[in-house]
Design a protein around this ligand. Structure first.
Ligand SMILES: [Fe+2]
Length: 571
């Protein structure tokens, strides 16, 4: 290309003034088992001025290749709260209906000129409104009386299928509203295929002649190789600790990250990703404790769909709902479409637009599995809509776990089913699958949802009776391995359950002794003291290092301190 043509190209680019709202980031792509070659996906988001993007990638000893990005329009209506049908008759929430009150609307309508907008250029970080959060409900409450603030219409957002326990345990969090507006984006996605395992790959994305991002990522490790990953949930809350945590994560130099649900608060909407997520984990000009780190430029995030991602602010009320399905690319080896999927609401046109934009990521991102190094990961959507129907995918789960010959097997889900905080305590549906997980050789279950860190003793559990009680609890018989300490005894008898949901949201900070006292009083024999470690007062994340014969988990707080470390070994 001669200089004249180059000059013309650069003038044309400048004239279009393409705005990159989310810089290219690395995604896992459709790479389930460690067979054949690996794949990764680069995704980025712009305004709706077409841009001439090119993608180059390569690795040592291989000639550079190019990938062609596919472009998808994402168009969302401005959210306007519905007027209450009978303003004269205030009443409590109907499940699934966004809650508004004249005094404190759920999401107020936008001012004429919104003050907070996505980034205006590739180098500008979107504004981050500060989160304002209410205190958790009183841990000493011991009756089913609904707190006064929950007996009236709630000031934040709708929940679904609320039981009395849910209402009592609810931690009400409010967020400074993001001004509402129409949203129009182009999402670009470039598949990088035929990648060798165990390889560092370089990539460069250009808009015209301008490099908008260049970076490197590792392809998946083959079965015999060591890996290091981060497991953490409850991320994009926009609290300062989210940014500090992200920076600490970057210092650990993980190969990948398992995002254990509630990826963006309060409702997983595109608008919220623009304000609460990308500015912390991807579009970060200067990494630091106050600014986060551009983790996603080099570290694939494996998403798990949490209740704040797909069970709170929903279609058709919010046209940009469930946006995790737009942003992530995952293995497509799940059970396929069925009643266990995120429901798309009754507006057929909106549901069709969602499906069209999400493509094969819906419903793939809810249930899938993958191999990485010597480990097999099974991802399960355990939201309220899914757990009602989860028996229907039990055969798929069991088949997935039994067909894997990997030495380590992990289940990753949002809602923990063995945990000892009063928040979400009765969400015990998945306990019914514990015998199956034991039978299939699962070593560790990772979950978020509960905003703290908990490690259980290795446990074996037989539901008795094998059903939930009216409050959602599952009683049963335990065999606890009390000799395992992860230091001297490193061979657990049973599954270790990890709660690591302190990624950014406000910690559920009730001290262990006080929480245990409450649970004993409130739940009687259903509460069994299976907790080995409990860190509730700080935001934190798990760093896991694995070889074919060793598993090490270190829990690191937002201020960089190690608050737990245990080891599992295999012969
Ligand atoms: Fe959650």
């Amino acid at each position: 290309m001669n200089r004249l043509v180059l000059l013309a190209a650069s003038i044309a680019t400048a004239a279009h003034a393409q705005t990159v709202l989310v810089k290219p980031y690395v995604q896992p792509g459709d790479g389930p088992a460690l067979t054949g070659k690996d794949v990764k996906v680069l995704t980025w988001v712009t305004d709706q001025k077409p841009g001439n993007f090119t993608v180059e990638f390569g690795w040592a000893g291989e000639k550079n290749k190019t990938a062609t990005p596919a472009r998808t329009s994402l168009d969302f209506l401005k959210y306007v709260p519905k007027p209450k049908p009978e303003a004269a008759k205030p009443k409590t929430d109907a499940p699934g209906t966004p809650t508004t009150t004249p005094a404190t609307p759920a999401i107020p309508s936008a001012p004429a000129t919104p003050k907070a907008q996505p980034a205006k250029s590739a180098d500008t970080t979107p504004q981050k409104p500060a989160a304002v959060e209410a205190k958790p409900a009183d841990a000493s409450a011991s009756t089913l009386k609904i707190p006064a603030d929950l007996a009236t219409p709630r000031p934040t957002f709708a929940d679904v299928a609320l039981t009395l326990d849910d209402l009592r345990d609810k931690v009400v969090e409010t967020f400074k509203p993001i001004p509402e507006r129409e949203q129009h984006y182009f999402r670009y996605r470039a598949v990088l295929p035929e990648l060798p395992f165990d390889t560092e790959v370089s990539y460069r994305v250009r808009l015209g002649a301008t490099v908008i991002r260049e970076g490197t990522f590792k392809t998946r490790a083959s079965a015999g190789k060591p890996i290091r990953f981060i497991a953490v949930g409850d991320l994009g809350s926009n609290r300062p600790e989210q940014f500090t945590n992200a920076y600490q994560m970057s210092l650990q130099k993980p190969d990948f990250l398992v995002a254990l649900g509630d990826i963006t608060y309060p409702g997983g909407r595109a608008l919220q990703y623009m304000n609460h997520f990308w500015p912390c984990y991807n579009d970060v000009a200067k990494p630091g404790p106050k600014t986060g780190a551009p983790l996603m430029a080099s570290i694939p995030f494996y998403p798990i769909i949490g209740n704040h991602d797909a069970d709170m602010q929903r279609l058709p009320d919010y046209s940009d709902a469930y946006s995790a399905f737009y942003w992530f690319s995952v293995p497509k080896n799940g059970p396929g479409p069925g009643p266990w999927n995120t429901p798309l609401g009754k507006d057929a046109a909106l549901a069709a637009a969602f499906k069209n934009a999400a493509g094969s990521e819906y419903p793939a991102a809810s249930d899938y599995s993958f191999d990485y190094g010597p480990a097999h990961f099974l991802v399960i959507d355990s939201n309220s809509y899914a757990t009602k129907e989860i028996d229907r995918i039990a055969a798929w789960m069991e088949q997935d776990l039994t067909s894997s010959k990997q030495p380590w097997k992990f289940v990753c889900t949002h809602q923990p089913f063995f945990q000892a905080s009063k928040e979400h305590y009765t969400e015990q549906r998945l306990r019914l699958f514990e015998p199956m997980f034991e039978r299939c050789g699962v070593n560790v279950v990772f979950a978020g949802h509960v905003h703290n860190y908990q490690r259980s003793l290795p446990l074996k559990f037989t539901p008795n009776p094998p059903k939930r009680d009216p409050r959602g609890r599952v009683n049963g018989d335990y065999v606890l391995d009390r000799t395992f300490d992860g230091i001297n005894d490193t061979t657990p008898e049973g599954i270790i359950h990890i709660v690591t949901g302190a990624g950014g949201a406000k910690p559920y900070s009730t001290p262990f002794e006080k929480a245990a006292e409450f649970l004993k009083k409130e739940h009687g024999a259903n509460y069994v003291s299976f907790t080995a470690k409990y860190v509730a007062d700080k935001n934190s994340f798990s760093v896991v290092e694995i070889t074919p014969t060793t598993f090490d988990l270190r829990q690191i707080t937002a201020d960089g301190k190690e608050v737990d470390h245990f080891r599992i070994t295999k012969p």
